[in-house]
Design a binder for this molecule. Structure first.
Ligand code: PEP
Length: 251
């Protein structure tokens, strides 16, 4: 089964205006594979301008790192899905472990965000993954399966196909520790099996599952070579044009 290959860069809270535009411009000048969807999840303040820079590029797309779970209203400082949509954003990260931890985002909030984005025809990049303690206990598969059931299983067959899943073991994010290709494959395969039991093989075979957690120019090739790894969600290494380009060319 041929699934869409995707590399998404999560710039997190990095880059000034000038640096962000320069990185985006540099990426447009690099040689990127035409069969890989590359999504730049920039800070929301830069989405509009970076979106214009990548607008006519065959591989590059603009994404955001978060949106509020309510449509609009008195939520000072927040950014809505409609605002992002109105500046051309198609992809939004939902459920990143940093937001689950620091903003105490719950499954109920994530479900609202996913539904809101989908109601606007936007695509959530849904993150799941286990903390180190759970991995050490050996219950990581059960932990991630529960996240998927609690946060995605309300979707019907059509809607679940409009989700990009990113498996991000929390112990590997920004730590320099990467899941081995075998660990990544094991979990991606388990995630696909969970989806298959609920939605059937035809549907589960279509959903792209990305790996995230200290993926870099040196290890992307072996990670992406795993049969159920359809690409990566890249943090630190997405901030350097050369490294990110190498990762995008690692299939
Ligand atoms: C992330 O935050 O989504 C991520 C994968 O970060 P890093 O690549 O820096 O570990």
């Amino acid at each position: 089964m041929k699934r869409q290959k995707i590399v998404a860069g999560n710039w997190k809270m990095n880059k000034t205006h000038e640096e962000a535009l320069s990185l985006a411009q540099t990426l447009t000048e690099k040689s990127l594979p035409s069969d890989v969807k590359v999504i730049l999840c920039t800070p929301s303040v830069f989405c509009s301008e970076v979106g214009k820079i990548v607008a006519n590029h065959p591989s590059l797309n603009i994404g955001a790192q978060n949106c509020h779970h309510e449509e609009s209203g008195a939520y000072t400082g927040e950014v809505s899905a409609a605002m992002l949509q109105s500046i051309g954003v198609q992809y939004v990260i939902v459920g990143h472990s940093e937001r689950r931890e620091y903003q105490k985002e719950t499954s109920a909030v994530l479900v609202k965000k996913i539904d809101l984005l989908q109601s606007k025809g936007m695509t959530p990049i849904y993150c799941c993954g286990e903390p180190l303690k759970i991995r050490e206990k050996g219950t990581h598969v059960r932990h991630v399966a529960k996240q998927i059931k609690d946060e995605l299983f309300h979707l019907d067959k059509d809607a679940v196909q409009n989700i990009i899943i990113a498996y991000e073991p929390i112990w590997a994010i920004g730590t320099g520790l990467t899941a081995s290709p075998e660990q990544a494959q094991e979990m991606h395969n388990e995630i696909r099996k969970v989806l298959q039991r609920k939605y059937g093989k035809r549907v589960s075979d279509k959903i792209s599952i990305l790996y995230g957690g200290s993926a870099n120019a040196a290890n992307a090739k072996t990670l992406f070579a795993q049969p159920d790894v359809d690409g990566g969600l890249i943090g630190g290494a997405s901030l350097k044009a050369d490294d990110f380009t190498t990762i995008c060319n690692s299939y």
